[in-house]
Design a protein around this ligand. Structure first.
Ligand SMILES: *Cc1c(COP(=O)(O)O)cnc(C)c1O
Length: 229
């Protein structure tokens, strides 16, 4: 099932890239394997996928310890500060830096091991009560502060768009996230030159690609529905 699903996802990515006049290489597919077993990850690996996303530290580390192959692990879920130290040297990106207190914790824990944390700053574009992330208008100030942390490199912005019927409803949030990235880059803040946009999930990744996503995070579309016990 995973292989067939990936074929469909890959075709949709290619279509969206073509419509947007973008090179397929500009978009990295993150296979979001949360709640799914290692066997399904292996199935994805068999088709050449090496990039996986998890939203819980424990689950990420457990899967990482079972799979000895070199894979790129992305932490995409809300991160508790007392778990940050477990991620030192273990993840390609932390997508979900959603508060200054979390950024400070990352700076502390990563500096103890002289490791650079490669992160994205999460923005709550639709200003949903239920979501984490900086408000769009707070984001520049937050980044100015994080830019002074020597062990953090800010690569870009991430957003989780609302759950909608018609993915086109999220187009403006994606477009505005890209604008925010360009605006902040234009402020010429020391150490800030962002080129990554993590946006788009199973329901809306094609629209996100059309609006400039460089990372899409696809779970259900690859691994099927999740069952939470
Ligand atoms: C679970 C999750 C995804 C994947 O969601 P799907 O709708 O299953 O593709 C993407 N991003 C984040 C932050 C998630 O927690």
């Amino acid at each position: 099932m995973v292989k067939e699903n990936l074929k469909i996802v890959e075709e949709k990515i290619a279509g969206a890239c073509e419509r947007a006049g973008r090179d397929r290489k500009e978009v990295t597919l993150i296979a979001v394997s949360k709640t799914k077993p290692v066997e399904m990850i292996r199935e994805a690996m068999d088709t050449g996928i090496v990039t996986f996303g998890e939203n819980k530290v424990k689950e990420l580390l457990e899967k990482q310890s079972v799979l000895s192959e070199p894979l790129n692990w992305h932490m995409i879920g809300h991160l508790q500060r007392n778990k940050v130290r477990q991620l030192v040297g273990r993840v390609k990106r932390i997508h979900s830096v959603d508060s200054l207190r979390l950024a400070e914790q990352i700076q502390n824990d990563f500096s103890k091991h002289s490791v650079i944390a490669d992160i994205l700053v999460e923005v709550n574009m639709a200003k949903e009560e239920s979501k984490y992330g900086f408000m769009p208008e707070e984001t520049e100030d937050a980044i100015r502060k994080i830019a002074t942390f020597p062990n953090i490199r800010v690569h870009g912005l991430m957003t989780i768009a609302p759950l909608v019927e018609d993915p086109d409803e999220n187009r403006l949030y994606f477009r505005d996230l890209k604008k925010l990235l360009v605006d902040i880059n234009n402020k010429n803040i020391d150490n800030i030159n962002m080129d990554e946009l993590s946006m788009g999930m199973t329901g809306d990744y094609e629209v996100a690609i059309e609006e400039g996503a460089t990372y899409i995070r696809v779970g259900t579309g690859i691994f099927g529905n999740r069952i939470y016990l």
